[in-house]
Design a protein around this ligand. Structure first.
Ligand code: ZN
Ligand code: ZN
Length: 454
């Protein structure tokens, strides 16, 4: 390697190292972040009902000097910290997002601070509530990060925009915030960043997926109409349960027989509801579907096939009217800007150690972070290891899996995961809030650099 190249590499590594927070910076904010985590974990709130959660986060951020606006798109919050750094406002604007919501899951982790909360869901049912997706850890991490950034203004300049987004689990919160003027009432970010904790990596590590991260998601509700009657006299009725059963099986042929092999298509019937009693043929049956795809044309093909098959099965059975197919929540896949992912990989490797940053395959979950990216904001969404490293190694050796997000047993190994989350966020923010907005846009527009052999 030539000397000039070596010097350039050394200076890049030094710059990236300088952006990693020192462990004393993390330890100074950690007790606060940890306390917020336990508080939020014990007091989870359902999607769109995150009033106490938002209020707690808002007041903590306001106390750190952030300009906080509440009730953005329902319970959403926007916290802004401008830091001119003597650069006359030439810095970039970077958004870091956390979700606020919890899930209707009964916690069975056995933790001392396990949730015992119950609440009414939107249908009026009394349900248990748990932070089973780890959004409490994301909020605690953002608080620690916010505190470090507020106390180290000599390490960055520009506009830091933290957002607390409601209702991620119902895929409505990001849209709600955008509809309420997130990008017009506040500075439009040059980059949007988010992380998600999970058990697919041990705590202490992070995972990066350049390009396509996950899948398009479409939720459908299908109502199949029949004709009710006595269970002993099926000839007088048209049984919607039998139509539903045939429909469910026929829907399985979309991915296996219609979509080109190799293209991603998932059609899952997540619930079927019909009937009340053994000897009554009900009037109707309801199916709930989730559909996951990657390509626009496959998404169209699968949704059209679902409609075609559902209608044809009803017609074949002589149903009195065609089924009702309602599109519920939908979201597009999340795309990680490849140039940004390449740049931030180096930053995270310097902050956490090269061995703690891995490339992950795209997965089939979904996320409404895509709504921000679709506004033309390049995004970087990475995963944060949450698994206890010992248990992770044991599970791997045994060929089993640790409880996933949304499980009643989901319990991240908080101390290493939260410290790593804060370290990763601070390093990423300091890197993105380092030069001018123009320089950042140029890096992104240029695309990822070709990897040259060492
Ligand atoms: Zn979730
Ligand atoms: Zn989540």
């Amino acid at each position: 390697m030539k000397l000039a190249k070596l010097l350039l590499l050394a200076s890049l590594v030094a710059a990236a190292c300088a952006q990693a927070p020192a462990s004393k910076e993390i330890e100074a904010v950690y007790p606060d972040a940890r306390a917020l985590y336990v508080d939020l974990h014990q007091n989870p709130e359902l999607s769109s009902h995150e009033t106490q959660t938002a209020a707690k986060l808002a007041s903590r951020l306001r106390g750190l000097g952030y300009e906080v606006t509440e009730h953005v798109g329902g319970t959403g919050i926007v916290a802004i910290l401008k830091n001119d750094g003597g650069k006359n406002g030439a810095g970039s604007t970077v958004m870091l997002r956390t979700e606020l919501d919890a899930l209707p899951v009964e916690e069975k982790t056995g933790l001392a601070y396990a949730s015992k909360v119950r609440a009414k869901d939107d249908a009026g049912h009394d349900v248990p509530v748990m932070h089973a997706c780890g959004h409490d850890l994301h909020m605690a991490s953002i608080l620690g990060t916010a505190e470090i950034m507020a106390h180290s203004k000599d390490t960055w300049h520009g506009t830091l925009m933290l957002i607390g987004q409601p209702a991620e689990e119902t895929i409505s919160g990001a849209k709600g915030m955008l509809d309420d003027g997130l990008l017009t009432r506040f500075p439009k970010p040059d980059v949007a960043v988010a992380l998600h904790v999970g058990n697919l990596l041990p705590a202490g590590m992070v995972g990066i997926t350049p390009g396509v991260l996950n899948t398009n998601a479409d939720s459908l509700r299908i109502t199949i109409y029949g004709k009710g009657g006595h269970g002993s006299a099926p000839h007088t009725a048209i049984d919607p349960i039998v139509i539903a059963a045939r429909t469910i099986l026929a829907l399985q042929t979309i991915a296996s027989r219609e979509v080109k092999p190799g293209e991603l298509a998932v059609v899952t019937v997540g619930y079927i509801q019909a009937g009340t009693k053994n000897n009554i043929i009900p009037d109707q049956a309801e199916l709930g579907l989730t559909v996951r795809t990657r390509k626009v044309e496959v998404r169209k093909q699968v949704l059209a096939a679902i409609a075609r098959i559902t209608k044809a099965e009803a017609e074949a059975a002589g149903a009195p009217r065609p089924p009702l197919i309602e599109q519920r929540e939908a979201t597009d896949l999340v795309y990680n800007d490849p140039a940004l992912a390449q740049r931030l990989r180096g930053v995270l490797e310097a902050a956490l150690g090269k061995e703690n940053v891995v490339t992950e395959e795209a997965h089939t979950a979904s996320e409404d972070f895509s709504y921000f990216v679709e506004q033309g904001i390049p995004g970087f969404y990475f995963s944060l290891g949450g698994a206890d490293p010992g248990k992770f190694a044991e599970a791997k050796a045994a060929g089993t899996m640790l409880p996933s997000n949304h499980s009643s047993l989901f319990a991240p190994d908080v101390d290493p995961a939260l410290r790593t989350g804060i370290a990763a966020e601070v390093a990423v923010l300091r890197n993105l809030l380092n030069g001018s907005a123009e320089e950042l846009r140029k890096t992104i527009a240029a695309g990822p650099a070709a990897q040259s052999a060492p």
